[in-house]
Design a protein around this ligand. Structure first.
Ligand SMILES: [Zn+2]
Length: 392
């Protein structure tokens, strides 16, 4: 994905915000319809029926009609795709989009004439109802772009991402298999013994983050001060997110180049896809802001890494059942909880083999067998978003 900063004028920004609001509204409507569906009931409306409903809704509501039909229709298509991804088992169930957090919309049927370069560092892109919007030409826009997504991050920055799936990298042909373990102390350990670490914010930045969190806790709701602190936090987070994306791009390219087969744990089976913010019974909020930030960084870095690996090494990434990968001895195969000496050290109680715990797990993953594409029987999928189902 090639991402560029977008620099709309004030009046264009108003149009873009409307597009975002419409896309969010349509998406959430689709989420709501879907959340009512249960096995045994008549199926929830699919894309075609929803598209018909959208046409009817536009005829009825002026504010919806005033917006771009393409933006609204595409929100439905995106939802249908998200749902398909969920059923295949590669993504989480699509959830509610919140104002100010998941803002964005997609434009399709983009023609070459819709993107043009103005000078060395600036270009323009044509966006329905907004017209020509400036963008920072930070690198060449990929050729043959068919669609793009415009988004607004929490720091108030507009971006445009041109959908271009990264080109597949040819396998080296050495027959080498690598296992990648998502560690706690290190972000990822390879079965070769190499450790990969997602860039973490510097200590100074972590301190600043904690200070801002405390400030936020003290600031009165709705005050200007609170808004300022929130923006500062969002900017800090946005910078970390950029560093993470960069890391995932470089690391995935490197792995796809070096190994024929890349095995990772299938985390859907483990069902560990809940938000870092904690659950209702155990809200994580600001209690452990630092730990929360680190966890979040590692988690999102991991998901992105796996997605990029699948783009760049199609058919060469295998997902492995994660059961016992941290308790099995990679040398003799003995499984014992007691072999996990500490977070960092693995020492087999049967054969005495000792090594870094994450590397041991990575070796088990490298030796593991791929699970089916659907990933288990689906019983461990997160379901706590939906209303409680009464016995029937
Ligand atoms: Zn052993």
């Amino acid at each position: 994905m090639s991402r560029y900063r977008l620099e709309p004028t004030a009046s264009q920004e108003a149009v873009l915000r409307d597009h975002c609001a419409h896309a969010r509204f349509i998406w959430n409507l689709a989420v709501e319809q879907q959340s009512w569906w249960r096995p045994g009931r008549r199926s929830a409306p699919g894309y075609l029926e929803q598209a018909r409903q959208l046409t009817a809704a536009r005829a009825e509501y002026g504010w919806l009609r005033a917006g771009s039909q393409m933006v609204q229709q595409q929100a439905l298509r995106d939802f249908a795709q998200a749902l398909a991804n969920f059923f295949v088992g590669t993504h989480r169930r699509p959830t509610w989009r919140k104002a100010g957090r998941d803002e964005g919309f997609r434009i399709v049927a983009v023609k070459p004439a819709h993107v043009r370069r103005l000078s060395r560092n600036t270009g323009e892109v044509w966006i329905p109802k907004a017209g020509w919007v400036r963008l920072r030409w930070s690198r060449a826009v990929p050729e043959g772009v068919k669609s793009h997504r415009v988004s607004l991050d929490r720091a108030g920055r507009w971006h445009i991402a041109f959908a271009a799936i990264p080109e597949a990298i040819p396998a080296p042909g050495t027959g080498e298999v690598v296992g990648v373990d998502r560690g706690i102390a290190v972000s990822a350990a390879l079965s070769t013994g190499q450790m990969l670490t997602v860039p973490r914010p510097s200590l100074a930045r972590q301190r600043r983050f904690r200070r801002l969190q405390r400030k936020l806790a003290r600031a009165r709701g709705g005050s200007n001060r609170r808004a300022r602190v929130k923006l500062a936090i969002a900017k800090l987070r946005a910078r970390e997110a950029d560093a993470r994306k960069d890391w995932a791009e470089k690391t995935s390219t490197d792995l796809a180049r070096r190994f024929d087969v890349i095995r990772v744990e299938d985390l859907n089976i483990r069902g560990m896809t809940r938000s870092a913010k904690g659950t209702i019974t155990e809200p994580g909020r600001n209690v452990r802001a630092k730990a929360g930030l680190n966890r979040e960084i590692m988690r999102s870095g991991w998901g992105l890494l796996v997605r990029r690996l699948q783009d760049k090494a199609p058919g060469r990434v295998e997902k492995v059942n994660p059961a016992f990968t941290s308790q099995r001895c990679s040398a003799c195969g003995h499984i014992a909880a007691g072999s996990r000496e500490s977070q960092a050290l693995f020492c087999c109680v049967a054969c005495g083999h000792a090594c870094n715990a994450d590397v041991n797990a990575a070796r088990n993953i490298a030796a593991g067998h791929a699970v089916t594409a659907r990933g288990g029987d689906g019983t461990t999928r997160p379901v706590n978003r939906e209303p409680q189902l009464l016995a029937s």
